[in-house]
Write a protein that binds this ligand. Structure first.
Ligand SMILES: [Fe+2]
Length: 284
């Protein structure tokens, strides 16, 4: 079985100035996967420090580059024309009758200090096997949260090609209280990678063929320190937001003396209070 990937640790082409090789992340991930969970929960920061590179890099990773979608009619919005809010919470985008090459994408989300970030919201959307987006429903759209080790797993298919772009998966990633990162993940060895002006080799996944499908990995680095999520302040007088509640798009809550409208259905959790989660709540 040939590994057809371009290793994420050594993407071809130019790098961002100061962007550090991702191989340290691979090392860290390997250590993370090998370590028992109790050690991770208590010892991840020390582990990250121990794996930092020596002088010259400051022990910090560069954030995953922002990547604008070339077919975005309003470039500052960055997500392109096919993003839709209100995606269902699910880790598998495969539905009965789905056609295409099976694909799993796994990885971790790290902060700048190499600490895995738990509870990061990842919202994926992609084209189907024919290169078409579902703009009427939510096929091939779904969001999930990284687990306590900062890990995620997406079950989907290899997205089809559509005119003007190389093969890609869209994703929005947000750590609690931090800005939304909108970016895209790419596949190595795609002929159109060399002609797509939006393509960034730093966003190449590592991909290998396994039986009839593909397995891909990618680690995000967000502009976050990996500190514990903000504690939940007690709602102010009249506050109605509560953790552990299933909110639907359009729901309205009060929190900290302000009103918010729900943008995306989700189960609320500590650290994702409305002021911390612009992907989920809009201040009214
Ligand atoms: Fe796209």
């Amino acid at each position: 079985m040939a590994d057809e990937s371009t290793p994420h640790s050594a993407p071809p082409g130019p790098r961002e100035p100061g962007r550090t090789p991702i191989s340290r992340k691979g090392l860290l991930k390997g250590a993370l996967l090998a370590a028992p969970v109790p050690l991770l929960l208590g010892g991840a920061p020390a582990l990250a420090r121990s794996l930092r590179s020596p002088a010259g890099e400051g022990g910090r990773l560069a954030p995953t580059p922002y990547c604008d979608d070339g077919d975005d009619p309003t470039p500052p919005q960055m997500e392109g024309p096919y993003f839709k809010p209100h995606s269902p919470r699910r880790t598998s985008l495969v539905e009965p009758g789905t056609r295409g090459t099976p694909l799993t994408v796994t990885g971790h989300v790290f902060g700048l200090s190499c600490r895995p970030l738990a509870g990061v919201l990842l919202d994926f959307w992609q084209a189907d096997d024919d290169g078409a987006y579902d703009n009427a429903g939510h096929r091939f759209r779904g969001h999930q949260y990284t687990d306590g080790r900062g890990a995620f797993e997406l079950t989907t298919i290899v997205p089809g090609l559509y005119p003007g772009r190389t093969r890609h998966i869209h994703v929005k990633a947000q750590a609690p209280g931090r800005p939304v990162l909108t970016t895209q993940l790419y596949f190595p060895g795609e002929p159109r990678n060399s002609t797509d002006a939006i393509f960034d080799p730093a966003l190449l996944m590592t991909v290998r063929t396994v039986g009839p499908g593909k397995e891909a990995t990618f680690d995000f680095v967000l502009d976050a320190e990996g500190a514990p999520p903000p504690t939940t302040p007690p709602p102010g007088p009249g506050g109605t937001w509560r953790a552990g509640t299933d909110y639907r798009p359009g729901d309205r809550v009060e929190h900290g003396g302000a009103s918010y409208g729900c943008l995306q259905g989700h189960r609320s959790q500590a650290g994702w209070e409305p002021p911390n989660a612009p992907a989920l709540w809009r201040r009214l």
